[in-house]
Design a protein around this ligand. Structure first.
Ligand code: DC
Length: 224
């Protein structure tokens, strides 16, 4: 049987990575976070002397960068950078870098390469539309802006920092706008993706909905 891809796309903070991780564990697939790769590249750019507006240099870096995703960890040049890629400076700059078409070409190549020979659950913005248009099943997971901002605030507060809901809302709105209006592979629901609004739903509820759809699709997936 061919290797299978479960594609999970959606806007920032909709809960797709939480669902994708849990789903991958449940069905014994490999989880791949496609956004972590754009974040890792952004980290490399910000830690170098390159100007964030220097598109040409950023494209050069994206050609040679060593990015990998193994055992739910993101590697940049051989080092785990899970913590660093979640810093505010990355949140603020990643969508600028992810909007550069030649950067996307290089990152999509990595995303496809590391999925070869595996059954994967991959989450992102263009998994079902660009990276794997023939995915076995596609989901588009979303939630209201209010709810996404509140979840993000709760996450930040849980890590001991204080945060302003309005600031977070503006930040998410800005990122949504950049991601969905860029010319190359904008954030959008694939025609054949199943839309799930997670507003007011628990993680377990959403996970069950996703699993039910996979079963309906005839996924002879073990452990469901
Ligand atoms: O899912 P995330 O917040 O970690 O994604 C970080 C950024 O990367 C986000 O601004 C959009 C971009 N991204 C993308 O363009 N394509 C993907 N497949 C995944 C993420």
């Amino acid at each position: 049987m061919d290797n299978r891809v479960v594609a999970i796309d959606g806007p920032a903070g909709a809960g797709k990575s939480t669902i994708a991780r849990l789903l991958a564990d449940r069905i014994k697939y490999t989880y791949i976070d496609s956004g972590a790769m754009y974040r890792a590249l952004t980290l490399k750019v910000l830690d170098s002397s390159i100007n964030i507006a220097d598109t040409k240099e950023i494209i050069e870096i994206s050609k040679e960068v060593d990015i990998d995703f193994m055992d739910k960890c993101i590697y940049l040049d051989g080092k785990v950078v899970d913590k660093q890629i979640r810093e505010e400076r990355i949140n603020k700059n990643v969508s600028i870098i992810a909007a550069i078409p030649d950067v996307r070409k290089n990152i999509v190549r990595i995303q496809r390469r590391i999925s070869i020979g595996k059954n994967v659950v991959m989450d992102g913005r263009d998994v079902g539309t660009v990276i794997f248009p023939n995915a076995f099943i596609k989901f588009f997971i979303t939630a209201s802006l209010e709810e996404r901002a509140m979840r993000r605030c709760a996450e930040i507060e849980a890590s001991g920092m204080s945060v302003d809901l309005q600031d977070i809302k503006c930040q998410i709105e800005k990122r949504d706008y950049t991601d969905s209006t860029r010319e190359d592979s904008p954030l959008m629901q694939a025609e054949d993706a199943i839309l799930i609004d997670t507003s007011g739903k628990s993680i377990e509820e959403v996970l069950q909905v996703v699993i039910n759809f996979i079963n309906l699709r005839g996924g002879d997936i073990n452990a469901i």
